[in-house]
Write a protein that binds this ligand. Sequence first.
Ligand code: FE2
Length: 668
Amino acid sequence: MLEYTLEVTTGSMLHAGTFDNLYVTLIGSERESEHTALTDVGLDESGKVGTYSVTTLFSLGFLLLLKLEKDPFHESPQTDWFCSKVVVTTPEEDEILFPCYKWLSGGESVLLRGGRATKAFEDFYPSLVYQRRKERLQQKLTYQWDKYADGMAYVLNINDPTLMPEEIRFSYSKAFQFHYINEKALAELKMKGLTNTTEKWESFEAMKDVSWFKKAPMSEYVSKHWKDDDFFGYQFLNGVNPTVIQRCSKLPSNFPVTEQMVRPFLAHGSSLSEEIEMGNIFIIDYKIMEGLPTRVIDGKPVSVSAPLCLFYLNPEKKLRPIAIQLSQKPSEDNPIFLPSDLESDWLLAKIFVRNADTLYHSLVVHLHNTHLLSEVYTMATLRNLPQIHPLYKLLIPHHRDTLHINILSRAQLYGPGRFLDNCSLGNDGVIELMRRALFQTTYASFCVPENIAARGLESIPDFYYRDDALRLWNIISSFVSALVPFYYPSDSEVTADYELQEWINEIFFYGFLGNSDSGFPSSFQTVDELIKFVTMVIFSSSCQHAAVNGGQFDFLGWIPNGPALLHQPPPTTKGQSSMERLLATLPNKSFAARSMTIVWRLSRKHDDFVPLGSYPEQRFDEPAALQMIQDFQAQLSSLSAAIAKRNSELEVPYKYLNPKGVENSITI
Ligand code: FE2
């Protein structure tokens, strides 16, 4: 008799175990084993590792597949079982890992592949070819594309998370926590009378009731410094949206700032043209917001500005705003505001810039460029790459929970009647803005080194987002540059992998709508092209999301600094504003309370947080790949220590890209 020893691991999450009957069949290149019961009932405990044996009269040959089946007891209600993995030791003493990481319910069965990661053209046994095709076919039926709106990236066609396979959903504990936190926050605001009211704020002081309903040192700091020009400039480098500012090498023709206007704010004796020449002038331009449809309140459309703002990097190395124009077309009733204007005029102009930036950040930088495009990468992986594929093993941890959180976003945040329908833009404006963003987006802008260079920001001081993002990009790139060539030693292996080519082709067509001007690839010809794209996917789904998500409560929790709705139109003359007008312009109590609750929820860390580079699911079995993961983790760990040391010396630490706090995927 020959004995195969099986080590079967049940997941460690809540309710992972089962009392139901479990069976296993080993399928080899020569023959199959008997359908064998996993003898002792006892896979009822989360995290249990059970050892079992399967005996055969003759060798099975090369062990190819492992079939797991669950059969409920007839007289008791069935319970689902989460199998993490099975490790088989063959009579020849080979140890083969069969990753599973699936829930089995009812009388379900699953056919697992084990051993080295393979591409389709490396499968020689008909049973493996058949299993591979069947798995892809099934995945394509489960995860189907849906057109959300014309001109937007496609999404998953499921709008109820409970209809997705359980392993793709939030864990029980996360789903509970997510719901509980929301209910608790809403109850607290209700108690304070901050829901269902159209009341305006009577003072800035009163806003602390809502902005500080959960105290955070950074949101308190923002409430103290939001009016400061230094802090206003700082945010465009190290706040929640570090993606818009760029060096200004020539003033746009529609922004007629004169030497005379800004001379008082420049170094003594200097001029605007000299400072532009020296590279000390920077600009943000929200042209993309121009003419967007907006929400209508009491029969009047709400105004959304499309501002331009000029910044000066002064000799003290502080980035300060020196001129703001709130609309794109220069005219008499579109004045250029200056720091020397009436305090309330200047502050009002800055609030309109913050409004445009908050909307652009929430909808484009955060929702569209990270959440929605990561949904496209996730869908393409699930549909095209079988579990045994090396890129499935690499990428699936970076797709965890993304489909679930995006379904919840569609149910709660954007769409008719959802929260963002109440922001300045309303639903039509929200969709139009994301449509424009997708049309204008480029592959280069998603790749950090090219993005920073294109914006001329290589040397601006105290730009911690850039410093950390570049280091993270390089660390991810060096990990991917080791792992990908291990599985793709030549360009010809890349071009021969039809599953990989279908993966990128679906991303190109369903994500970027086949727009070749975007520069996104529709196929891969070389290993280097593949490395770059995979680096971008991992970076966007972890680091970039962390940079634009983690600081939402810190920076946008203080209402005047992050207003997604303004009730008054932008000023058309100078000298007419007042602090009363400012308060009447800011979001009313009810909207402010709702937006604050949302940014607070979205900035929270959940209990099942998985940091970048942690792979709790063991999917790779090759020692070389496991070593590469360890090297990756070591590099992240030393970067984390360096960032912590740097932060300890800063008045305002930049903490959003410390790898310890960067989640492996988009889960919130
Ligand atoms: Fe997010």
